[in-house]
Design a protein around this ligand. Sequence first.
Ligand code: F6P
Length: 543
Amino acid sequence: MAILHTDKSAWKKLKQHADQIQLPENHLKYLIKQTGRIKKFSLSDVGLFYDFSRQRIDDKTLETLLELAKTKSIQKQYNSMAKGKKVNITEKRAALHTASRNFSDNPVFVDGKDIMPEIKTVRKNIKKFALQIHKKEITGSTGKPFKHIVVVGIGGSYLGTEFVSTALQVYANKNIHIHYLSNVDIHNFGKIASDIDPETTLWIIISKSFTTAETLANAKLAYEFVKEKGLDPAKHFISVTSKNSPGDTSSNTSMPNLCSFHMFDYIGGRYSVTSAVGGVPLSLYLGYDNFEQFLKGAEEMDNHALNAPLQNNIPIIAALIGIWNSYFLKLQSHAIIPYIDPLSKLAPHIQQLSMESNGKAVSTEDTFLDDPAGYLVFGEPGTNAQHSFFQLAHQGRPFPIDFIGVINPWYDQFNCKSKGVSNHQELWANLISQPNALAIGKDNKNKAKYFSGNRPSSTIIINDLSPKNIGHILAFYEAKTVFEAFIMDINPFDQFGVELGKITASGIRKEIAAKNDNSDHQFTSVDPTSKLYLDMLFSGNIH
Ligand code: F6P
């Protein structure tokens, strides 16, 4: 059970250096006092100011981390990925989410075929469809214009879209309300059914595979619901799916719909918000032009990740710091704390992006890793997080944090002052203070009031919540995640780990279906614990 990269000298050097950094004299409270530190350990490019000066690193750490990036040729690997190399080795697929926001005239080849024409056609179809809906040229089956769109999808088929639609809600078309039906839990459907007017609702079934049980169950439920309302489902449903998937209009006879938009197997679900998966609902909710600006922001960050020299490359530096914290400093969780409410759905999206990509135990050389890869990602907007789990952030088991700040809020008209400052300034007072308090700590004879400090964080600042800046942020985290995987020699584009639970569930599902068909059915072919719960479910009572 050998780990490939750990044999490399840079890795060994970093292990030794980690012992150095743990020494009391290298406590962050001393490091951050070094002259010119923030200038040295911060970068500003593609709309982001990225400050990593409160990370537990010194010149030697950064130098050796950059050496690791060089020996692993991670930027070269990223360029090969963007050019169509089949980096998803287990599924023998390319990973070309970057192509979905490529506006250059450069072709991108997969199996010798330029895929850009089909991508551009999908963009054109989305633009045309959104316009027809906004112009009320396409209406519901009773002729009323659509006012509600329901995204029916789970995981990568909704998390990215929910992040972007929440982050850009101020740009939303005031006549369109967006709803997310992701969970198979009937409460999700029940709430939406009570919030919408069925005559003016468009259901968007989004599933790359069109085999996901939850999405198919919710789609079927929605179909029956629409039919019960005396409406023609074929006029109230569209789908976004892989070409030739069971849900592709041409092959989907069971759920006739208005039209289908294609995403492609070379785009991973959790990397698909810039494809039709995000494109259709976001263009309907925000307008196609805002969606395109979001794409162009992501493209700018892609070009930065592909071309900026390692030491000036924001996602590469962030990835190296991610590896440093999780592997060498053994800090195996990571919080994303946006000090701006509209980014409240960023952490849930990055949870899937990072943990489904890098939660792996086998290397690209098909060897088991000594340490399974990946770290826990969680998050909550600031300052709410301060009144929730920051007790642990300051005095419990330390975890690295990304603080995110926005200089210009949308609502600057509400400007009363409390303690001499506006709400936005109060928010920033906390955004500025927390990284220092975590880094420096505070001595106190009363142990309960002692703060150890030495708790690392980065601060990311954008000027405003514009579509382009949201594109920058999204592509930053996507690139960071992939660079981390290239450093750890793992494949970030498959997710076989999700299958065992699904297979086990299908066995239970069969049992439940058998009982539905025949009330005398006994749960004899399941283990006693599962039988206990099945009996509870059918008796309607805890036992
Ligand atoms: O089960 C995990 C997963 O496959 C994710 O990778 C994916 O984003 C999600 O389910 C939804 O898959 P689909 O878009 O095929 O319905």
